[in-house]
Design a protein around this ligand. Sequence first.
Ligand SMILES: Nc1ncnc2c1ncn2[C@@H]1O[C@H](COP(=O)(O)OP(=O)(O)OP(=O)(O)O)[C@@H](O)[C@H]1O
Length: 284
Amino acid sequence: MISVKNLSHSYNNDGKLAVNNISFQVEKGETFGFLGPSGAGKSTTQGILTGLLKQQDGEVIVAGYDLKKVQNERFNKIGVSFEQSNVYSKLTALENLKYYADLFDVPTRDPIELLKMVGLEDRKHDRAGEFSKGMKHRLTFARSMINSPELWFLDEPTTGLDPAIAAEIKDVIREQKSKGITSFLTTHNMYIADELCDRVAFIIDGEIKLIDTPKNLKLQYGKKLVEVEYVDNGKLIKETLKTIDDKDKNRIANIIKNYDIQTMHTKEATLEEIFIQVTGRGLI
Ligand SMILES: Nc1ncnc2c1ncn2[C@@H]1O[C@H](COP(=O)(O)OP(=O)(O)OP(=O)(O)O)[C@@H](O)[C@H]1O
């Protein structure tokens, strides 16, 4: 669905590359996470893929279209939810969606259904200018689905939303995935990426450092630890032991045999910890 080969981008032709020779593929139906800290090159890449920025070099195919050739019908196949909501303030929520729907040459979805999906149906006749930041964000999110896109670009889809709304947005993303929609999700939130993405790319200083599934990354970089809590002489003791160390393995067996176990679980590295291990940098 997306194929990028040797893509670079410089804003000022000053030799500084915001995106530096990146290559990756996104398969049909995949939810692909593009993760990195501020200034890593996420928005630049997304800008090129969505046609906001002109491709300078490399090869980019998006939804079957080579971006070097001008083919505006590709916009019928993609949906974009920007982090910074760009809704029309003077139009109501419903008018915003109807206006946007008219821009497409393909059948569009029922705006009311979309407003319901993001919890804005009750506010359909209110002007978007009166909405909170989170509500504008939800309206933009709903708008990005109006043309039933095959390929969906999501920029920080849950940033700034309260946890209940964020959970609903995540459910919508999962539902779209179950329908075979491909998503390109840009974020610096590793928890969202872990929950939603089939594969993630770590990007930093314009370069992709690795691409893999969250599961493989945890297996490869995980600490392989067991945390056990047990009762000894009425006191609760907690020990963290390595499952790859023979001495610790014997200790685990000994605890299981001789003590009253309260809790016991393996400890996985989070994607955030793995990102720091791989890149030497945090995500802020
Ligand atoms: N319009 C612009 N003009 C000049 N330089 C820019 C412009 N937009 C971005 N850059 C630079 O390009 C680099 C990559 O920025 P980009 O916005 O792609 O990062 P990002 O990963 O999306 O960050 P964030 O998470 O903060 O949005 C940064 O060094 C940034 O300063």
